[in-house]
Design a protein around this ligand. Structure first.
Ligand SMILES: NC(=O)c1ccc[n+]([C@@H]2O[C@H](COP(=O)([O-])OP(=O)(O)OC[C@H]3O[C@@H](n4cnc5c(N)ncnc54)[C@H](OP(=O)(O)O)[C@@H]3O)[C@@H](O)[C@H]2O)c1
Length: 274
């Protein structure tokens, strides 16, 4: 495995850290990173890793895969700087939110063997999920390698159309924020009814984590699991009646659709030439 990263920030560090933890050798990685402080952090954490200040030819020559791990706003400049040296690279994997393949291909000088992934923030601790799409020019071997790299950040879900990545952005990309919002609500309720902050938080986090584990361990759909804990005339029924009266689920669906729509708009914005 011989992998070059363009951008040595949080995501690149998380992916390299995950791969090294699974047994990869830091010498298998090269990183193009202009910021000296980031360079020092990478060499400190991964002794033997290759560091380049700019995407000179040696930075990506001979790599099996190049990961573009810069912010979407930096992608155009980073890709254009990389373009002269990328022709022989078998595959380029972009993890930038919102940057479309057609735009990246243009900035890379017409390069088309591109995999585009949309990870989420739990990727930073290996607990993310990435939606992934590849162009028809990407070989099965390159797809497998991209999967292996992304699995260092968590689960991987391949999609058949690039526009589904906007949906992935709305569901799992923004998803952690919905979960935090729900946790805020549970915590607030526990505090309002007498619990100290730390205990309220413990109740909220443990409830959420336990319910997810139970759902994952079960073959039953969430609505069946919900029915099982909702006895006639009981406490859960009373709570769910309040949620239904407020059309909370319908609002939630609308919220996720709004996020996906915003992802589509941002794709247009990021791809626009200055
Ligand atoms: N963090 C997440 O949880 C997460 C989740 C989903 C998707 N993503 C996506 O992953 C990508 C990377 O995110 P991140 O959080 O790792 O960002 P980050 O920490 O800001 O890392 C980007 C790094 O790339 C460097 N850089 C900027 N321009 C460059 C260039 N032309 N050539 C080489 N390196 C360059 C930056 O240096 P400077 O600091 O000098 O600018 C920075 O160190 C983003 O596109 C983001 O949308 C991240």
């Amino acid at each position: 495995m011989n992998i070059a990263f363009v951008g040595g920030g949080n995501m690149a560090t998380a992916l390299i850290g995950g791969l090294v933890a699974k047994g990869a050798d830091p010498r298998d990685f090269r990183v193009v990173e202009p910021l000296p402080a980031q360079q020092d952090r990478l060499t400190g954490r991964f002794p033997g890793i290759g560091i380049f200040g700019e995407p000179t030819e040696g930075a990506v020559a001979g790599a099996d895969l190049v990961v573009m791990a810069v912010k979407p706003q930096q992608m155009r400049a980073a890709a254009m700087a990389l373009a002269p040296g990328v022709a022989d690279v078998p595959v380029v994997l972009s993890i930038a939110a919102g940057t479309r393949i057609a735009d990246l291909a243009r900035w890379l000088g017409g390069y088309t063997r591109i995999v585009r992934a949309m990870p989420n923030t739990p990727a930073l601790i290996g607990a993310g999920i990435s939606g992934v799409y590849a162009t028809a020019d990407v070989t099965d071997g390159s797809r497998r390698l991209a999967t292996r790299v992304l699995e260092a950040a968590g689960a991987v879900l391949w999609v058949e159309r690039e526009d589904l990545l906007d949906v992935v952005t709305g569901v799992s990309g923004s998803g952690p924020a919905y979960v935090f919002y729900f946790l805020e609500g549970l915590e607030e309720a526990a505090q309002a009814m007498g619990f100290a902050h730390a205990d309220a938080r413990l109740l909220a986090y443990a409830t959420f984590a336990g319910a997810v584990k139970l759902a994952q361990a079960s073959d039953l759909a969430p609505h069946v699991l919900r029915a099982q804990v909702t006895s006639k005339g009981g406490t859960t029924e009373r709570a769910l009646a309040v949620l239904e009266a407020g059309a909370v689920k319908a609002k939630f669906v609308a919220a996720v659709q709004a996020a996906a729509e915003r992802a589509r708009e941002m794709g247009d914005e990021f791809g626009r030439e200055p």
